[in-house]
Every structure is written in structure tokens, then in C-alpha cells.
Design a binder for this molecule. Structure first.
Ligand code: SAH
Ligand code: SF4
Length: 382
């Protein structure tokens, strides 16, 4: 029997596992707290657990970390890790510090099957789903690494965004227990408002998320009409804009925030013209009876080799944002973070590209805080 990776379990799962070992639920709570709140991976150090239980666990379970392939520290405090997930695959995790929060950007898959035109993960194709344990391990590692680095015992990471590699809603069964670990008061105790799932629009899974684990929702829109979106986000052919926006509207009553965030990657001459802004306003304002409660986040495109795409220039981005704002849509432009380590990313590619197929990916690496175009209150900004 292979040892169970305890990072694979939410608290319910761990309680069931402990029960199978003949242990009571409160033991699972203790164990869960040791793992996630204290970052402990050695059962022998979990001193308030009975010696007999520690010995038992040692035989059947372990806490399996991911292997760090590299770490890059930006001058602005952004840290990016590349983790080995075996068989030549690697995934990235990025920490973005800000004055009032610390955000961790987590990957959900090695590669991605959606194949968006502007995304280098999409260009590399799909390798495999991450397990719950591999998703959680990114947070487990980063949180306890950062606490040690900063010499603090309290929580450093206050926000999680599922915006690394992969489409989280195409790895739903692993995602939901991972979200539960993040939210659990015995785990990381994150607020639902501060955990964001970003999706290219897997409609049925948006509905399921509303029931199973409603957290903040971000939807990668990128285009104001189906023709254009079909070419940028191929999943749109299966779940066109109307269905997607309907799913967003259905999600809102369960959502911890009263709006959905729409991400819109600015591509020169492709989706950034005044006509596109006009269409986007109509699409969102005319949806349902009163329009869809949303905020729009414009993302400057991060170019990568052979994408054939160029980022819109600053004036165009600001004009586009201005048009949306003038029509009453709360719009922010994402500010890039970690530029200096992004540059180093190209060098990193030389070292590990054979094993990772992801290392030249530039797409989501620039991290990212938001510059309000219209005023956005802090409580809304999270
Ligand atoms: N698969 C999910 C989450 C991961 S992608 C999704 O698509 O939403 C996270 C965000 O980065 C998405 O909004 C995605 O569209 C954006 N993105 C991907 N490639 C990019 C690039 N080259 N430049 C800027 N943003 C990019
Ligand atoms: Fe996948 Fe998101 Fe990239 Fe599209 S943007 S290919 S859904 S990771």
C-alpha cells in the first residue's frame, strides 16, 4: 500500500482517514492544524498526538511537498517558484505582496487543454491534472516559507487566486477539496471573498461551484462577441457568451462578492478597438433585466514567442478603460509586477525547458496588482 498524502485531504477527508485508523475526529483536527497552521511534516514533532498515533501515521501516511526547481525574487517583492510535478512537468506559483494583503497565484493543471490563442500555457497543450495535494502543496509551501523568511508566526498569505497554469474548472474534483482546505478555520482560514477561481468559462462547473464551494469568481472574457471569442478562447464554441453570462448571473446569489470579475486581455488591433468597448458595454449592461453586476479587469497582454500577438499600447488601454468607465462599468487596469524576474524567465527556460515545456511561458508571470481607473473601494478590492 502506498502511503496516503495527507495534503490530499480536506478536513472531512482527513477525519474519514483517521476513522479508518480507529481514531476520533478531534485527532484529525489536531493533525490538520499541525500540517496547515504549523507547516509540520514530521509526525514525530506533533507532540500533542499520542505516540501510538504518531507511529501508526508514520507507517501509512506522509505529507508530500513539491520539489522546488527554481525560485526567483523580484525587486518589488514578488516571488515565483517553479515546482517539479514529475514526468518532465513543472508548474508555477507566484506570491505578490502588497501593503494590505499577500496574494498567492496557484496552478491547477500541468498545461491546459483549453488552448487560448494568447496564452502560452494553452499553446503547450495539456499534460495532466494536479492532485488536490499538489494544489494545496503550493500554498502549504509558500505560506510556511514566507513565515520563516519574514520571521513571523502569523499568516502571510491572505488571498489566493487560481490564476496560474491550467483551467481550474476542468480539474473540478481536485479543486474543491483544495478550496476547502484554504477556507477551513483549522487550515488557512481564508475568507471566501479572498479566494478567487478564474475560469475561461466552463459553464456547468460554474453552477456546481455555486453549490459546492462558492468563492469569488473571475471569468476570462477577452472578447465582446462570439465570433471574436471563438477565435481567442476555443471553449466559447461549446459555451457561448450568452450561456456564460447566464451562468455568471446564476452564480451571483451564492457568491461571497456581489459582482463577477471579467478579465480582458488587451491585444493590439484584435479586441481593443472603440467598437469592441461599445459591444462590451452593450453585452454587459443589457444582460438580464438590469445588466450583470461585474467589474472589468483589463490585462496588458504578455507576449511570448510565436504568439503572433502584440499588447495594446498604453493610450489604447486607457482609452478602452475610459470608454467602459464612462458607461458605468467599474474598470481596472492590471499593473504588472515582478517584471525583473519575468525577464529572467527567459533564462530559466534555457535550463529547464526540456523537462517542463512551460518555462518559456510568459503569460501569467507578470504579477499584478490593480490600478483603479474608476474609484474602487478597498473593501471591494478585497
Ligand atoms: N485558466 C483560467 C485561469 C488561468 S489563466 C483562465 O483562463 O481564467 C489566468 C489569467 O491569465 C486569465 O485571465 C488568462 O486569460 C490570462 N492570460 C493568459 N495568458 C496571458 C497573456 N499572455 N497575457 C496576459 N494575460 C494572460
Ligand atoms: Fe488555459 Fe486559462 Fe491559458 Fe486559456 S488562458 S489556455 S484556459 S490557462
Amino acid at each position: 500500500m502506498t502511503a496516503a498524502n495527507l495534503l490530499d485531504f480536506d478536513l472531512e477527508g482527513l477525519a474519514a482517514f483517521c476513522e479508518r485508523l480507529g481514531e476520533k475526529r478531534f485527532r484529525a483536527v489536531q493533525l490538520f492544524r499541525w500540517i496547515h497552521q504549523r507547516g509540520e511534516s514530521d509526525f514525530a514533532s506533533m507532540t500533542d498526538l499520542a505516540k501510538s498515533l504518531r507511529d501508526k501515521l508514520g507507517g501509512v501516511a506522509h505529507i508530500k511537498p513539491l520539489t522546488v526547481l527554481s525560485r526567483q525574487d523580484s525587486l518589488d517583492g514578488t516571488i515565483k517558484w517553479l515546482f517539479d510535478v514529475g514526468n518532465g512537468d513543472a508548474v508555477e506559483t507566484v506570491f505578490i505582496p502588497e501593503t494590505d494583503r499577500g496574494t498567492l497565484c496557484i496552478s491547477s493543471q500541468a498545461g491546459c487543454a483549453v488552448g487560448c490563442r494568447f496564452c502560452s500555457t494553452g499553446h503547450q497543450g495539456f499534460s495532466r491534472n494536479l492532485t488536490t495535494g499538489e494544489i494545496v502543496a503550493q500554498l502549504w509551501f509558500a505560506e510556511h516559507f514566507l513565515r520563516a523568511k519574514l520571521g513571523v508566526s502569523e499568516r502571510v498569505i491572505s488571498n489566493v487566486v487560481m490564476m496560474g497554469m491550467g483551467e481550474p474548472l476542468q480539474n473540478y474534483s481536485a479543486l474543491v477539496p483544495a478550496l476547502k482546505v484554504m477556507l477551513d478555520d483549522h487550515g488557512y482560514g481564508l475568507s471566501r471573498r479572498r479566494v478567487t477561481v478564474s475560469t475561461s468559462g466552463v459553464v456547468p462547473m460554474i453552477d456546481r461551484l455555486a453549490v459546492d464551494c462558492p468563492v469569488a469568481l473571475a471569468v476570462s472574457l477577452h472578447a465582446p462577441n462570439d465570433d471574436l471569442r471563438n477565435g481567442l478562447v476555443p471553449l466559447n464554441k461549446k459555451y457561448p457568451l450568452r450561456d456564460l453570462l447566464d451562468a455568471c448571473a446564476r452564480y451571483l446569489p451564492a457568491a461571497p462578492r456581489d459582482f463577477v470579475t471579467f478579465e480582458y486581455c488587451m491585444l493590439a488591433g484584435v479586441n481593443d478597438q472603440p467598437e469592441h468597448a461599445r459591444q462590451l458595454v452593450d453585452l454587459l449592461r443589457q444582460h438580464g433585466r438590469n445588466g450583470l453586476a461585474c467589474k472589468i479587469n483589463l490585462i496588458p497582454f504578455n507576449p511570448f514567442p510565436d504568439s503572433g500577438l502584440v499588447c495594446s499600447d498604453k493610450a489604447t488601454v486607457l482609452a478602452f478603460a475610459g470608454q467602459l468607465s464612462a458607461a458605468g462599468l467599474v474598470t481596472t487596469v492590471r499593473k504588472t509586477r515582478g517584471d525583473d524576474i519575468d525577464a529572467a524567465c527567459g533564462q530559466l527556460a534555457g535550463d529547464v525547458v526540456d523537462r517542463t515545456r512551460v518555462a518559456d511561458r510568459m503569460g501569467q508571470l507578470r504579477r499584478l496588482s490593480e490600478t483603479p481607473v474608476t474609484w474602487m473601494s478597498r473593501e471591494h478590492a478585497g
